[in-house]
Ligand binder design. Sequence first.
Ligand code: 13P
Ligand code: SF4
Length: 342
Amino acid sequence: MTTSTYERLSRADPWYYTPERVKEIEPLLDRVRELKRKRDAYLLAHNYQRAEIFEVADDTGDSLALALKAAEVKDAKVIVFCGVHFMAETAKIVNPTRMVLLPDLSAGCSLADSAPADAVKDRIEELKQSFPDLAVVTYVNTTAEVKALTDVCCTSGNAVSVVRSLPNRNILFIPDRNLARHVANNVPDKNIIAWDGACYIHEQITPEAVQQIRAAVPGMKVLAHPECRDDVLALADATLSTSGMIDYARQSEAHEFLAVTECGLSDLLSIEVPNKRFYRACKICPFMKSITLENVIESLEKLQFEITIPEPVRGRAERALRRMFEVTGRDSMPVPPQVPVE
Ligand code: 13P
Ligand code: SF4
């Protein structure tokens, strides 16, 4: 057993990642590394993944960072996406000539499911009758089909700046009502019409849970994800994307934090920022946790499950994603390689 693997994993959870368990995990990590070389694969992992997945990831990040990383991949033939379906689709949208694999097709997203494309299309047509200047802003937690129907995408890290940058006053914001409310509070001159969707994981975190921990740990900073309910966000010192929380914890002078989001983020914070202390008001996303070392191995062995998107849909979805980078002006999305993989 290498000490560094044990040291990192046990920081995430010393009761789960015991020396015995890490000894069992290590051969699986070696097998993933071997298959990555054999398949010429690049492994991207979302910040909510299991801690052992971070050990074999070439990059980890929030949805925004992973979209940018996926677009940059040109030396590898295959992208293995350890995250959920809409994230793997985003990787395919921005880098269509790579083979993109999702190790478990049941890794969906309750928020993306709350906005079916047909219903979104009908709602856009209906609202355009009353609001001819309507702009449709889609959070990336949506299917490629829904992205293709919309003007511009956003992520939890840039939703406020995307909406602020638009000349339109009337905005249909899809699909998260909590993120829509957070945007409306920060951009009060716009009329934000929210789609009535939510992430059932974040919705389960209550203000009482946050208050209880805050009362026990005075001085602690509360960092909440914008998918949380508004009565939870009202208690937060900062509302941030998952990578935003990591940056905040690194840079802050505070030493104790409460991460109010999916539990994997607290694991990652404990690994990445070892000199600080992280408390949890979190819930587990079963979709994110359906990715395991075993199914990553199977995915690389059998080259499964490949993400495909019909070209007209992909092209329109790419336009909405590219516009997100243009309007925020912070990062521009790299042009993906044009050479198909043989
Ligand atoms: P981030 O983009 O902040 O990582 O969020 C993705 C997500 O699915 C949150 O539930
Ligand atoms: Fe989707 Fe919620 Fe899971 Fe994020 S935490 S992937 S929004 S179900």
